[in-house]
Design a protein around this ligand. Structure first.
Ligand code: GUN
Ligand code: ZN
Length: 484
């Protein structure tokens, strides 16, 4: 397929990548604003000025429009929309999920998308809703997969085809669908039918679905989260390895008088101030914005600016290796997002092999940080140390005589030998005063080190205030403290 994807940098399972489709090249993570030719508050060229490198529009709407069909066919989408960046087209699948039926075949929609000069074409997949039972999910997935096979058969391996991954709420089906799409040669895989989850804040289930699909999709493929447009969840999705988003949210929220921020949305009617550096917010007071006859358009512009800026923040966080810290920020904006973040951390063993080994820094920001991939990675690597016969873990930082090896202790990581004092993560981590959860997590490091050195006898010295917790966490260890 002449869609190609190259990973340039990464953090957690998130990537900065270069996506090429035909003659167009864009950077990921990428947000494709949704363009509806019939009701468009912001023009595609204004989107370009705001920094949008690509857009997505619905081929089905063009194919059924008396106003636009012939023009799209004769002029091509890029001229018609006045946008020379990447244009992805969706098939009629979304209409299929809303209205139950569409009067177009897989072949017809793909031929139409080709004819109007779309850069990325989507087959007519079936977005099975989350409440569907297994029989229905299997049946509909079989149809979707046969259409992906048909698409490759009709247009060959060089067509810029996207391979949607369906499978409802069944992890094994999502994984199998992702693997099969990869096997068919799809290097651009949208994860589908997640809009109902996001609309009802079912973020923990979204994490499950994305992680399941990602298990099957080759790591080298570009992953699009279909219909994900709220900037508060971009960072979380990128951490799981999603590369592309599409947003109708900027316009839908604007229609509903809602003001997006990277940490949630607000009713513009309840705002006294506009906390954003975009031209709309700097050029209007909250009251002027509310009362403007152009409110919907102005809010759309702001919402889009905020969403695109969030993508830039994520790219920068990946470059800096601090994506976990951005995820931690963003996921505190809603309890269900926080739950999803915690669920992702609970399964961070799956992300750890994809994470980078060395980062610039690690800021501890509470119990969640103790579950980060960097902690897991450290505690897995610590087992490689050979500790000899008698081992001192000086949690109180005081060296004593008579041991074959002396280790210090930095929670949440655990024990470290003096020679690792300056290396990542020990040397580059900033932690506040110790608290129970980070010490508990650090004890796991001692447990791992000891398990890897069954012949070693460990003695732990700690300050009296930690002795109870350490003794409880490590009941088979000798835990001592100097009396004051
Ligand atoms: N837009 C939002 N979700 C979907 C989906 O599952 N499939 C397609 N084709 N478009 C979508
Ligand atoms: Zn603004």
């Amino acid at each position: 397929m002449p869609i190609s994807f190259e990973v340039l940098d990464k953090d957690i399972a998130g990537r900065i990548g270069r996506l090429k489709a035909g003659a167009k090249t864009v950077k990921t993570p990428l947000l494709l604003p949704v363009v509806n030719p019939h009701l468009q508050p912001v023009s595609p060229s204004e989107m370009k000025d705001l920094g949008a490198e690509g857009i997505i529009t619905n081929a089905y709407i063009f194919s059924r429009s008396s106003e636009f069909r012939e023009r799209a066919l004769s002029e091509g989408l890029h001229r018609l929309l006045g946008f020379d960046g990447m244009i992805m087209t969706d098939s009629g699948s979304f209409q299929l999920s809303v209205y139950g039926d569409v009067s177009i075949s897989n072949r017809e929609t793909l031929e139409f998308q080709q004819a109007i000069g779309s850069d990325i074409w989507v087959p007519l997949d079936i977005p099975t809703p989350p409440d569907a039972d297994r029989t229905r999910v299997e049946e509909e997935l079989a149809v979707t997969m046969s259409r992906l096979r048909e698409a490759v058969g009709l247009f060959g391996p060089d067509a810029p085809l996207a391979g949607p991954v369906q499978g409802g709420m069944y992890d094994d089906l999502r994984e199998a669908a992702g693997r099969e799409a990869g096997g068919l040669g799809y290097v651009f895989c949208p994860i589908g039918a997640v809009v109902p989850l996001m609309e009802s804040y079912r973020y923990p289930e979204l994490v499950r679905v994305v992680m399941a699909a990602k298990r099957g999709i080759p790591v080298s493929s570009c992953v699009h989260l279909f219909g994900a447009g709220h900037p508060a969840m971009f960072a979380l999705a990128v951490a799981m390895g999603c590369d592309v988003f599409d947003s109708a949210a900027y316009a839908l929220y604007a229609k509903d008088r809602r003001y997006l921020t990277p940490s949630g949305s607000r009713r513009v009617d309840e705002m006294a101030h506009l906390p954003c550096p975009c031209p709309v917010c700097r050029g209007h007071t909250a009251e002027e914005l509310r009362e403007s006859p152009e409110l919907e358009r102005l809010l759309s512009l702001h919402n889009l600016a905020v969403s695109l800026a969030e993508i830039s923040s994520i790219r920068q966080a990946i470059s800096d290796g601090i994506l976990w810290e951005l995820v931690d920020d963003r996921c505190r904006s809603h309890p269900r997002l926080l739950q999803a973040y915690r669920d992702l951390l609970a399964g961070s063993g799956e992300l750890e092999p994809q994470d980078r080994v060395v980062k610039r820094r690690f800021f501890y920001r509470g119990a969640e940080s103790g579950r980060r991939t960097e902690v897991l990675a450290y505690q897995q690597r610590i087992g490689r140390l050979e500790t000899g016969g008698r081992v001192l873990v000086a949690m109180d930082g005081r060296v004593r005589e008579g041991y074959d090896s002396v280790l210090f202790f930095k929670p949440p990581f655990g024990p470290y030998p003096p020679e690792l004092r300056e290396t990542f993560p020990i040397g580059q981590s900033e932690i506040p005063d110790w608290e129970e959860s980070m010490v508990v997590q650090g004890c796991e490091g001692i447990r791992r080190l000891s398990a890897a050195n069954p012949g070693s006898l460990f003695t732990i010295f700690c300050a009296p205030e930690w002795a109870g917790i350490v003794a409880r966490e490590l009941p088979s260890f000798e835990v001592c403290c100097d009396q004051p």
